[in-house]
Design a protein around this ligand. Structure first.
Ligand SMILES: [Cu+2]
Length: 277
């Protein structure tokens, strides 16, 4: 008796499958899906650090740009040569003095090593993880780069390119910190910060002059100024944003910027030399 019921059930299932396959919609849908994938709009620009590519849609195109420069007013403090004698290996790695990277004025009157990022205005949007990891190297007994930005949960590759012991010590307050000894040249480690947190201070417990800052964000709209002091945040949806510029010695400034779809807006900040220096 039970066998018969089972058999009947199998036959019904076969019939259902046959109906499903023969139905007019199936084939068409498949083609549509393929087309959708192929014709997906290309992302309209890379974010400041070239990481994630947020998905765009017709109703919420992500192609607005906010860009500008970080001007520097006044005289930068005299670059202080780092005393690397404490570790002869570090000293030997350099033929000429190495200067601190705290306040670095560029030749064009701008400021280097400023983190610039969207602080507010993205609402509840979420953004995919960038495909690439972010790298910090310990090279010549300084951190390269001195300031970097990344997304939460994005892998942070830590390298030691020096033939000496470095002890990289991250000191977040929201995230879990880490403290890793890397005694040999070529050592690698990978770490992540799970939550957005800016800034996170990183230092070396062996070489007290070694210092770096990391900005960790829930989105890909961030970057750090380089030798021309400019920044560009691409691939934004239209909206009103709070843009923040942060410098380790000269503080933070914010500006509110409204940008429409496909629009580019300029915003600039001016940091003044600290009077005490
Ligand atoms: Cu070190």
């Amino acid at each position: 008796m039970q066998k018969k019921i089972a058999l009947a059930a199998s036959v019904s299932l076969l019939l259902l499958l046959a109906v499903g396959c023969g139905g007019g919609g199936g084939g068409g849908e498949k083609t549509q899906t393929t087309q959708k994938t192929e014709s997906a709009p290309a992302t309209t620009g890379e974010p400041a650090t070239g990481g994630a590519q947020p998905a765009a849609s017709a109703s919420d195109p992500m192609n607005a740009v906010i860009r500008g420069t970080i001007a520097f007013e006044g005289t930068a403090p005299k670059g202080e040569a780092i005393k690397m004698e404490a570790d002869p290996v570090c000293k030997q790695l350099h033929g000429s003095p190495v200067y601190t990277q705290e306040v670095v004025a560029n030749a064009n009157g701008t400021l280097r090593w400023v983190m610039v990022y969207v602080k507010d205005g993205l609402g509840g949007r979420t953004f995919p993880m960038p495909a690439d990891s972010v790298t910090i190297d310990q090279q010549g007994c300084v951190y390269d780069p001195h300031v970097l930005t990344m997304m939460a949960k994005q892998p942070l590759r830590i390298l030691n390119s020096d033939p000496t012991l470095h002890n990289i010590h991250a000191m977040p307050t929201v995230n879990q910190g880490f403290n890793i000894g890397m005694p040999t040249k070529g050592m690698k480690q990978t770490k992540t910060f799970k939550e957005p947190e800016t800034p996170i201070h990183i230092k070396c417990d062996v070489h007290k002059w070694m210092s770096s800052y990391v900005g960790v964000f829930s989105h890909p709209f961030h970057g750090v100024t380089g030798e021309d002091g400019s920044f560009e945040i691409k691939g934004l949806p239209a909206g009103t944003y709070t843009i923040e510029a942060w410098h380790e010695k000269l503080g933070a400034q914010t500006a509110s910027v409204t940008v429409g779809a496909s629009e580019t807006k300029e915003v600039s900040f001016t940091f003044k030399a600290a009077s005490a220096s």
